[in-house]
Design a protein around this ligand. Structure first.
Ligand code: HEC
Length: 188
């Protein structure tokens, strides 16, 4: 009977020491938040797991439109991508930019094939990712335009630099038209 309280007391003491140590570390300013000082491996792994699990959990249950392979969607998505995403995420034939090189966590090169599902891509584009430079585009763009971007992202890994340029050239008017259609009240 007397063993339990003593154990509980010891456990509480250990927790208290850990909490005090954590608080001291937090308040000391020792951890370097500079974007040019990478996380240690364990911290990076922890954050990556947190992000991946969060995205998988939150994107569950989103219905994927049946027409993601439609050329009109892909063209609209290409225009939006060239305008808003390429400077961080690059594209076929696009060299690293000043913006892309300074980011940490880095913006993945989206011209490469991705393991993400369309719903995960949609969720990330709409809501962004905390503590990274990835913005929440859902604040300014309709779900329709975000699905257009997903449609384009699914296609981009198959494009040559010339095909990307050609697709992007026809896109601006399409983009303006699309912007008018789906959210005339936001300018951008
Ligand atoms: C200012 C830079 C910046 C811009 C602009 C930007 N992103 Fe990102 N994006 C990031 C960063 C940084 C990450 C990585 C976040 C992380 O590590 O969790 C990211 C992650 C992503 C991911 C997840 C990729 C993966 O493999 O995990 C997708 C998809 C994405 N962005 C799409 C877009 C689209 C589409 C646009 C344009 C509408 C866009 N991003 C604009 C910085 C940017």
């Amino acid at each position: 009977m007397r063993v339990m309280p003593r154990r509980a007391l010891a456990a509480a003491a250990v927790l208290l020491v850990i909490a005090a140590g954590g608080a001291a570390f937090l308040l000391s300013g020792t951890y370097n938040v500079a974007a040019d000082a990478p996380h240690t491996r364990p911290v990076y792994a922890l954050l990556e797991t947190l992000r991946d699990r969060s995205i998988a959990a939150h994107s569950g249950g989103i219905a994927v439109p049946g027409d993601l392979t439609q050329p009109s969607r892909i063209r609209s998505g290409a225009g939006l991508y060239g305008e808003m995403c390429q400077s961080c995420h690059l594209a076929p034939g696009v060299a690293p930019t000043e913006l892309s090189q300074g980011l940490y966590p880095q913006a993945p090169g989206l011209a490469a094939k991705s393991d993400l599902t369309p719903t995960e891509q949609f969720w990330i584009i709409k809501h962004g990712v905390k503590l990274s430079a990835m913005p929440a585009w859902g604040k300014t763009h309709s779900d329709k335009l975000i699905w257009d971007m997903v449609a384009f992202l699914r296609t981009m890994p198959t494009l040559t630099p010339a095909e990307y340029q050609a697709l992007n050239k026809v896109a601006p008017e399409q983009h303006d038209a699309a912007m008018h259609d789906s959210h005339g009240d936001h300018d951008h």
